[in-house]
Design a protein around this ligand. Structure first.
Ligand code: ARG
Length: 724
């Protein structure tokens, strides 16, 4: 209906309502001469009061006599998504098929590209007693949620209190978006700006509304999940799981996936969506959540409020004997069982540090101020291993001094005084008054020859060189697909490491890794291409490169290229592995895609500080005596300080190498990962190739971190060989 009525004394209201069980009304206020004093009239109580009057007075004349108003609620609409009901451009309306048949909807122009500066709305309705299911089969929108985004509302109006989800970017097929409404209506608002992307395609259908999600679980072992998992849970739902085990047993619950995130949520009080166990609320995103019960029953509650939903959770529970919770193993406070040898080793194996508490430090361990024991080797390695930084305090320099990157102390006032005082010039790097002009071994050189003392100026979206050359050639180091952090497990996601290449030798299959640095060039390790008595690894004709590969047997969207030439570093030393780098020129260029994309090469002066977290990836052995991985694996490793690196390798590390991993062992690259990337990204910036997997003593052994070729030292050679 449309009516034109008076509001107060002068402004007019145009009101239009629709909806069968709930009415959604559009009201337009006309305020003459932008009379700002009239704005004070527009309070919630004024508006609701007038609306009640209007519906009462117009009921008789407009056939609305059967309408009963039980409540009126008002909330501001998102100005970016509001659309006047009279605006019929890019406006669609659909009824779900009552038989449950699926209807496919897509953005205008899909998949060739959506219109720019569009405001599209899809009003979706289903039968009473059903809810709406929206399963996106393609979601590829520009990755800028300010200007380009898709919002799903749990109502027919675009009111911010009813948002189910708001998304942008390009989602990989492994992380599809699927949401449910809580009632029989929904609205998709799709807003675009000046750049066109393929858009979205979504399967729209109705499903019967969940009548309840409470469950009693009585077996000794089982799983439970948030409703519709792994689709997003619906808004406005409460569930309760009651776990009951025999009275002499206790319950252990572990959440393998836990994502209850929403804007405006206070993660301390969990004021919106939450899981509640023993009166404690949990929300947000957690990589691990484990709990134990104090008796034979445990209640797990789940609540979702009116707005913003998420993937939810997947939990596993099991009964255990409290007299012997972890037969032959150590029992963590959170219910996990770990090997006894992992306790008091400085490593947080339980996840709640309970395996590192109440330890007596051994002679090769350092006693942190907070009571933890950490290997002495970790002292002064620039990484806060204790958690309270006590392992990095007293490290040689006093409070009036500043420590150079080569560990020498200089008077603090000499830092950033324009004069190099450290032998490695590190005191003049990273200074607030960035100097342009003076070139040293530690300054970045722009194309025009000038230098900047800005640390890591390449591709940081800031123009540091006058000629802008630090921001040139920056179409690298980004992942076209948007990735959620994958919790647990080390299988990579599709497209997560789009520069990773698998090198197949003859009929032997996967032999080494490599990284894409341009359409024509890959970098790898020289030791992969040494001729042996059995086979000629040096002959380019024996190699094939697989880009865009995920599972070794899945060739979908993979680009296979032969090798035109292999150039190994002329100073490569097969005894020491010094200069372990090779360049492969491809016979045919690659075509970049969602899953094939180059990594950035760091400048010679790029700094990867020790303690920094980086990622190594590959299809190498899953353990020292393990098998090659089928799925691409990823592992997070830390850059290790050169002094520590040299001491643990007894001086085998040359300036062309760096250590990364953990002195505690457990995480490392292995045979078959060689040639692959050690990729680092700082503050969400692009990914840089920090190292190339080169060698190590065994794999993941204690005090034997992985050794990588140091890209910064080999950068000039790459430039000479490839022009890149
Ligand atoms: N040289 C090995 C290869 O050919 C890679 C060794 C890496 N080892 C390590 N522990 N990080 O695949």
């Amino acid at each position: 209906m449309w009516s034109q009525l008076l509001f107060g004394s002068f402004p007019m209201i145009y009101i239009s309502c629709e909806g069968s069980t709930v009415a959604y009304c559009w009201i337009r206020f006309l305020i003459p001469n932008a009379n700002s004093s009239a704005l004070s009239l527009f309070t919630e109580s004024q508006i609701t009061g007038s609306l009640r009057g209007i519906t009462r007075s117009s009921a008789g004349s407009s056939g609305l006599e059967n309408i009963r108003i039980t409540s009126i609620s008002l909330s501001p609409a998102d100005p970016r998504t509001v659309k006047e009901p009279t605006d019929k451009s890019c406006a669609f309306s659909y009824y779900a098929d009552p038989s449950g048949k699926k209807i496919i909807l897509s953005s205008p122009g899909f998949p060739s590209g959506y219109p720019t500066n569009a405001r599209c709305q899809y009003l979706l309705r289903a039968e009473r007693g059903s809810v709406i299911s929206l399963a996106f089969t393609t979601f590829n929108i520009r990755d800028n949620c300010q200007d380009d985004f898709l919002t799903v509302f749990n109502s027919l109006s675009s009111d911010r209190g009813n948002i189910i989800t708001e998304q942008c970017g390009n989602r990989p097929p492994t992380n599809p978006l699927a949401v449910f409404s809580s009632g029989n209506v929904a609205l998709i608002a799709f807003i675009t700006s000046s750049i066109s992307y393929p858009g979205f395609q979504v399967v729209f259908s109705q499903v019967p509304k969940l009548t309840g999600c409470d469950q009693t679980l009585t077996s000794d072992l089982g799983n439970f999940t948030s409703p519709y998992y792994p689709s997003f849970y619906p808004p406005n739902i409460d569930c309760k799981w009651t776990i009951q085990v025999p009275s002499h047993l206790r319950i252990r619950v572990q959440f393998y996936m836990f994502r209850l995130k929403e804007p405006g949520m206070n993660h301390d009080t969990c004021n919106k969506d939450y899981v509640e166990i023993a009166s404690v609320k949990y929300c947000g995103e957690r990589s691990f959540l484990g709990l134990i019960s104090s008796g034979p029953t445990l209640e797990v509650k789940f609540h979702s409020d009116a707005s913003f939903t998420d993937k939810g959770f997947l939990a596993e529970y099991s009964a255990y004997d409290p007299q012997n919770p972890c037969p032959g193993q150590f029992a963590c406070s959170n219910g996990l069982c770990i090997s006894v040898s992992l306790t008091c080793d400085g490593w947080n194996d339980c996840g709640d540090l309970s395996d590192e508490r109440n330890c007596v430090c051994s002679s090769d361990q350092f006693h942190c101020d907070n009571g933890l024991c950490k290997p002495r080797l970790w002292l002064c390695d620039h990484s806060n291993d204790c958690g309270d930084n006590s392992d990095e305090k007293q490290c040689g320099c006093n409070s009036e001094q500043w420590k150079c990157n080569n560990e020498v102390c200089i008077p603090r006032i000499k830092k950033c005084d324009g004069q190099p005082d450290c032998a490695d010039f590190s005191d003049e790097a990273d200074c607030a008054n960035v100097t342009v002009g003076v070139c040293t071994d530690f300054t970045y050189q722009c194309k025009n020859g000038a230098c900047t003392s800005q640390v890591n100026p390449e591709c940081d979206q800031k123009r540091d060189c006058e000629d802008g050359s630090d921001e040139e050639s920056c179409n690298c180091g980004v992942r076209p697909y948007k990735h959620n952090r994958i919790v647990g497990g080390t299988d990579a996601d599709v497209g997560e490491w789009p520069w990773q290449v698998s090198l197949h030798f003859g009929r032997q299959g996967h032999t080494c890794g490599a990284s894409i640095i341009s359409k024509h060039w890959l970098v790898s390790a020289a030791h992969c291409f040494q001729r042996t008595r059995e086979a000629n690894y040096a002959d380019a004709r024996n190699w094939n490169t697989y880009s865009g590969l995920h599972g070794q047997r899945d060739m979908q969207n993979v680009q296979v290229r032969g090798v035109k030439s292999i150039t190994t570093h002329p100073l490569y030393n097969h005894n020491t592995f010094d200069y372990d780098i090779a360049l492969l020129e491809l016979k045919e260029p690659l075509v970049f895609s969602n899953i094939i994309h180059p990594i950035c090469l760091p400048a010679r002066t790029h700094i990867f500080p020790s303690g920094m977290s980086c990622w190594v990836t590959g299809w190498g052995l899953l353990g020292e005596n393990g098998q090659l991985a089928r799925m691409l694996q990823k592992a997070e490793v830390k850059i290790i300080n050169d002094t520590v690196c040299n001491s643990v390798t007894r001086g085998q590390v040359t300036p062309r190498m760096l250590c990364s991993g953990y002195l505690t062992g457990g995480v490392d690259a292995c045979q078959g990962d060689s040639g692959g990337p050690l990729a680092c990204s700082q503050n969400g910036g692009p990914w840089f190739l920090c190292g190339i997997v080169s060698w190590g003593e065994g794999c993941a052994r204690k005090n034997n971190p992985g050794i990588y070729s140091r890209m910064t030292e080999l950068r000039e050679w790459v430039k000479i060989q490839t022009g890149l």
